[in-house]
Structures are given as structure tokens and as C-alpha cells.
Design a protein around this ligand. Structure first.
Ligand code: GDP
Length: 258
């Protein structure tokens, strides 16, 4: 649980009757998490290696809360990073590998929460400094049209209005390319990206591409990711994990420009 000095302490979200269950704030589903840097590294080594420091930070992730509707999300005074992508793009696997905690993405796949925005806390226990938001995968064929439309609206509203949102990671399986819904999402965030919102297009399952295919996928994605970065990622081969961790760290820990 957060200590009184934790920025998330004492901020209970409004009750969410449809959440299964509404868990309140900072109910860790994992055992106490390591402080940054990861304990397996000597402090001096981790302190001098930014990627290791960023990974140690990612490994502190813990479940915060879940909400079915935007106005049920608590408003933390902390930078937030959203993970979005069509269903089956590899989002849960990516979050698991990045945070080294299987239960986090499991939390998002728990029946009743698959259509929820799930929030995770990052930072040492009691010193949460960032919130990760796992938005539900979209485009799953079996979901009734009514639910799809409602979710597209919730997602668009979230991306347009969430005030502490500093960055978006859009996951895409490059073998399928961007779907129509991915492109709508890009359109929705474009004005915010122009105003400084960070954005990266993560090409998942890169282990399924040979070098030529990977280069082609990167070239196409660069044309589509206006204002954002593009990178290859493979949970299977642990490719791009350090890069992504460091990027998210930099998004949320950048020195303010004078
Ligand atoms: P989500 O619906 O976006 O959360 O997608 P999942 O994380 O559940 O992944 C969908 C499928 O892709 C699963 O069968 C995963 O095992 C597979 N997958 C995810 N990441 C990778 C990867 O890096 N390489 C390969 N080969 N398969 C992956």
C-alpha cells in the first residue's frame, strides 16, 4: 500500500459499479516490488547504465485500479503512459516482458476487466512517479458492434482528454500493418502529438520477420507514425525491451527545458 508521502496515497476513485471488482487504489497484486535499480545489479553498475536503471524502474510496476468508464478513473497528479493496440497485437505479452510481472497483463485479461482501462503504478513503493494505462485491445471480431462502438468512444475520449497523459505506445503486428482503427486512433492523437505528446509505434513479434521484412516494415511505419518514433519489439527474443524501457523513462523523467 502507498505511504502517506506517495502521490497516489489516499486518492480513491469514485465507485465503479460495473468494475469486477472495483479495487480502489494501490492494491498490489504482486509481492513487494524491487526498488530501482533492480536488486540483481550492483547499485553502481545500474546507476551508470541508464537502460538498466530504466528496466529496474519498469520492474516496480504494480496494479493500481481498473475502470470501465473514463470518469471512474482516478485523476493522479502523475505522468501517465498509455498502451494501446488492436486485440492480439501482443500488448499483454509486451507489458509482461517489460515489467517482468506476468500478473499485470493477466489483470487486464481477467474476465470483467478486458473492457476496462487498467492502471499500474511505477516507482519505488511509496514513491510512485508514473502511471501506466493499459487500454483494452480493440477490433476483436467476436465483440458485439454496440460494445465496439462504446469502447472506441471511451478510448478516443481518454486519448483526447486525459490531462496527465504524456505518451502513447501503439502496438502493431507488422505482418498485418496498421488497421483502420489504428489509423483512426492516430488521427485522434495527432493534435496532441503536435502539442508535445510523445508517441511510439511498436512493431511487435519482430522475431517473425527476416531482416528485409523488418526493414520494409520500419520504412512503412515511419511514413505512418507522423511525429512519433518507430521501433521493432520481440517479447520472444527480448528485442527492443531495453530501448522501450529507456524511452518510457525519458518520457517521464526528462529535465524540464529552461
Ligand atoms: P494482446 O491481445 O494484444 O494482449 O496480445 P497477446 O499479448 O495476448 O499476444 C497475442 C499472441 O501473440 C499470443 O499468442 C502471443 O503468444 C503472441 N506473441 C506476443 N508477443 C510475441 C512475440 O514477441 N513473438 C511471437 N512470436 N509471438 C508473440
Amino acid at each position: 500500500m502507498p505511504t502517506p508521502s506517495d502521490p497516489i496515497a489516499g486518492q480513491m476513485p469514485p465507485s465503479d459499479a460495473s468494475a469486477q471488482p472495483s479495487t480502489g487504489v494501490a492494491t498490489p497484486t504482486t509481492s513487494p516490488t524491487p526498488a530501482t535499480p533492480a536488486p540483481s545489479e550492483s547499485p553502481s553498475k545500474a546507476a551508470t547504465d541508464p537502460a538498466k536503471q530504466a528496466l529496474g524502474w519498469m520492474h516496480t510496476a504494480r496494479f493500481l485500479t481498473t475502470a470501465a468508464q473514463l470518469h471512474h478513473l482516478p485523476a493522479y497528479d502523475l505522468p501517465e503512459i498509455a498502451f494501446v493496440g488492436r486485440s492480439n497485437a501482443g500488448k499483454s505479452t509486451c507489458i509482461n516482458v517489460l515489467t517482468q510481472q506476468k500478473r499485470l497483463a493477466f489483470a487486464s485479461k481477467t474476465p470483467g476487466r478486458t473492457q476496462h482501462i487498467n492502471l499500474f503504478a511505477l516507482g519505488r513503493q511509496g514513491q510512485t512517479d508514473t502511471v501506466l494505462a493499459d487500454l483494452p485491445g480493440y477490433g476483436y471480431a467476436a465483440v458485439p458492434k454496440q460494445d465496439k462502438l462504446r469502447w472506441q468512444q471511451v478510448m478516443a475520449n481518454y486519448l483526447v482528454s486525459r490531462s496527465h497523459l504524456v505518451g502513447v505506445v501503439l502496438l502493431c503486428d507488422p505482418r498485418h500493418g496498421l488497421t483502420e482503427l489504428d489509423e483512426i486512433l492516430l488521427e485522434v492523437i495527432r493534435p496532441r502529438v503536435e502539442e508535445g505528446l510523445k508517441f511510439t509505434l511498436l512493431l511487435t513479434k519482430a522475431d517473425k520477420l527476416n531482416k528485409t521484412e523488418a526493414n520494409k516494415a520500419l520504412s512503412i511505419a515511419r511514413l505512418q507514425a507522423g511525429g512519433g518514433t518507430v521501433q521493432l519489439f520481440s517479447a520472444l527474443k527480448k528485442q527492443g525491451v531495453d530501448t522501450l524501457a529507456l524511452q518510457l523513462w525519458n518520457w517521464t523523467h526528462a529535465e524540464p527545458t529552461p
